[in-house]
Design a protein around this ligand. Sequence first.
Ligand SMILES: Cc1cc2nc3c(=O)[nH]c(=O)nc-3n(C[C@H](O)[C@H](O)[C@H](O)COP(=O)(O)OP(=O)(O)OC[C@H]3O[C@@H](n4cnc5c(N)ncnc54)[C@H](O)[C@@H]3O)c2cc1C
Length: 373
Amino acid sequence: MSSTTSPKRVAIIGGGILGVSTAVHLLRQGASVILLTERGLASEATGRSLSWLNSAGERSAPYHQLRVAGVDRYRTLFAQDTAREWLQFDGGLMWNAAGQHSVTEARHTYEKSIGYDSKLLAPEDIAAVTPGIDAGAVPENAIFNPGEGWVSLPDLVEFLMEEFHARGGRLVLNAGKASVTVNGARATGVETAAGENYEADAVLVACGAATPAVVAPLGVEIPNGSPVSMLVLTKPVDHDVKTVMNTPRAAVRPNPGNTFALDHDWYEEHITEHADGTFSIPDEVVQELADEASKLIAGSPDLKPASWKIGYKPIPGDGEPVFGELSQVPGCFVAFTHSGATLGLIAGELLSGEIMTGNKHPMLATFRPGRFS
Ligand SMILES: Cc1cc2nc3c(=O)[nH]c(=O)nc-3n(C[C@H](O)[C@H](O)[C@H](O)COP(=O)(O)OP(=O)(O)OC[C@H]3O[C@@H](n4cnc5c(N)ncnc54)[C@H](O)[C@@H]3O)c2cc1C
């Protein structure tokens, strides 16, 4: 006698990197997947991320281990095609403001103590490890982390979506503010803003900074610490920079097409949120960030902002990731985290395993949503 079992049906709300990555990992394991998102893919944080791939500095040991595994998965992807313009591993360079050299030294000592590749450099040593930097911008010392990299998330999403479609995933764009449907306490599927219903055996809420609002009607509280932030993309410019830079007045990474992606936090006070939920910032503040970035680059090229996007950067209230099934709503999973670029591939891998098998992955043990109950 033979029997066939129908594939597990999973509905995912959220077309950012966490939703897309988990969708593809589920499809690889034979699930039937529908991915619904409010507007387009990568329309929120994933579309405006610095996406420095790292576990630099100090954090909880489980979070560090997860991030290191996250970088590992990107390295595997990188090794398959090292010429991709949107994923590169040329290290990360950071320094603090003048007078803070001992803070930089302490960070380096900590990184060494946990086996994180970390080199403490005098300004004149930087050119030997990474090109294109103006050493004169470095006040006293800097840390170079050779194992770090960067990704352009919109390109990664496009790459993963090719596999999503090839494996038969269903995509619903412009779903509006979708919600999780329940019967009794159990998740039964997703309803779009227009009232279309999609039944599923499991639901994943991967709505970035909106995740707490999407699970709130289910009686689940997840504290939200998401700040407003901005990513600037510059016009193309000739340069030799390969590394990601985190410095007192600008964070800079190379971006496809000889452009740069720029980020920081000092300009947050200049951002205005409007009644319709949009944000604005004076053009001169955007140019000031570009000017700060220019000072870090050999030859101080004239950096011109080409576009900038402002919105919430997803950060759970306690700063740690939130991954896994809601104990109050069986069948409903959440993925809500800071550093979702670094975690994008590993989170999709581990969550899809939990959704498919019901077996909880030990690396996610301290990140459960139940810690807020
Ligand atoms: C400026 C900036 C710099 C960053 N730098 C780094 C970095 O250097 N390194 C790093 O690792 N990470 C970084 N991050 C964080 C990283 O980019 C994010 O954690 C990641 O992109 C979040 O992906 P996500 O899929 O969780 O959410 P998002 O990309 O925000 O996607 C959520 C999606 O859900 C949709 N949605 C929301 N509510 C609903 C609903 N009710 N119904 C339907 N759809 C809904 C949204 O429209 C959106 O498409 C940065 C982020 C920003 C903004």
